[in-house]
Design a protein around this ligand. Sequence first.
Ligand SMILES: NC(=O)c1ccc[n+]([C@@H]2O[C@H](COP(=O)([O-])OP(=O)(O)OC[C@H]3O[C@@H](n4cnc5c(N)ncnc54)[C@H](OP(=O)(O)O)[C@@H]3O)[C@@H](O)[C@H]2O)c1
Length: 277
Amino acid sequence: MEHHDANPLGARRRTLITGARGQLGHALAGAFAGDDVVALGRDGWDVRFDAPALPWVPDLVLHTAAWTNLDGAEDDPQGAAAANLAGTTHAAALGAPLVTYSTDYVFDGMKGAPYVESDAPAPRSAYGRTKLHAEAAAGERAWIVRSSWLFGETGHNFVRTMLRLGTEREEVSVVDDQRGCPTYVGHLAEATRTLVDSDAGFGIWHVAADGDCTWADFAEAIFEEAGIDCQVRRITTAEFGARAPRPALSILRSEKGAPRLPHWRDGLRACLAAIGT
Ligand SMILES: NC(=O)c1ccc[n+]([C@@H]2O[C@H](COP(=O)([O-])OP(=O)(O)OC[C@H]3O[C@@H](n4cnc5c(N)ncnc54)[C@H](OP(=O)(O)O)[C@@H]3O)[C@@H](O)[C@H]2O)c1
C-alpha cells in the first residue's frame, strides 16, 4: 500500500469514484465496497469543472467519468475534450493517487499483433485523441489503465444492445473485421483493486479480458449463452459505415505483469448471470 497517503487513524481508505452512474463506476462501487466510498455521478460532479467540496480529502480517486460516445466525438471534439482532458486534469488536481481509464482506441490497429504498454499510440478518432491527451494530464501519481470493449449489466453497451435486438429481430448485421478483447466491468473493477493494492508502480497498464474475437463472434456468443434464436450476418466496417474510424486489431496485452483477467466468454457469462438472463 506504499502509494497511499498515510491515514493516521488507520481508518478505511477514503475513495472517490467519478462517473459513478456509468457501467464501470457502478462496478467499482461494488469492488471497493470495503473502502469509505463517495461515488459521484454527473449531478454530483461535472468533471469539466473543479471538484465540489468533499467530506474528506480522498486517499484514492477512481476516475471513470468520460465522454464515451465515439461517433459523437467526431461531431463535437471539443465537447469530448472538455469531459476527457479537462476532466482528468481536474481529477488529478485533487492530489490523491489516481486511477484513470484509457482505451485501445489510442492505437491505430495497424500493428497486426497485440499491443503492449510500450507500443506507440496513434489514435485515429477524436475520442482516441482526447483519451491520449487525458493520459498525459493524469500526472505522475496515476495508474493509467487501458482497457477495451467494456460491457456490464448496466448502461449502454454491446451486450445489452444485442440482448434487445436479438429478441426483436431474426437477424442482426455485425462487424466482423475488428478484433479486440470484450472486457466485463466486474472483472476490470476487481483487477483495479488488485493493482492499487499491489506494489505495482504508477504508469500505463493494459488490463483487458483474456482471449479475443470480432464483434460478430461476440454477438453469436451472446445469443448462444442467452439462448436467443437470432442469426448474425457478418459485415465489414465499411458496410456498417460508422462515423469514427476504429482500429482493425486492438488486442491489449501486458508486458509488465498487469493483473490477468478471465476470458471474455467467462465475463459474458458473469454479466448475463448478473442481468438474470
Ligand atoms: N466503454 C468502453 O468500451 C471503454 C473502453 C475502454 C476504455 N473506456 C473508458 O473507461 C471509462 C469508463 O467507461 P464506461 O464504459 O463506464 O462509460 P459510461 O458507461 O459511458 O460511463 C461514463 C459516465 O461518465 C459520465 N460523464 C460524462 N461526461 C461527464 C462529465 N462531464 N462529468 C461527469 N460525468 C460525466 C456519464 O454520464 P452521462 O450518462 O450523464 O453522460 C457516464 O455516467 C472511461 O474513461 C472510458 O473512456 C471505456
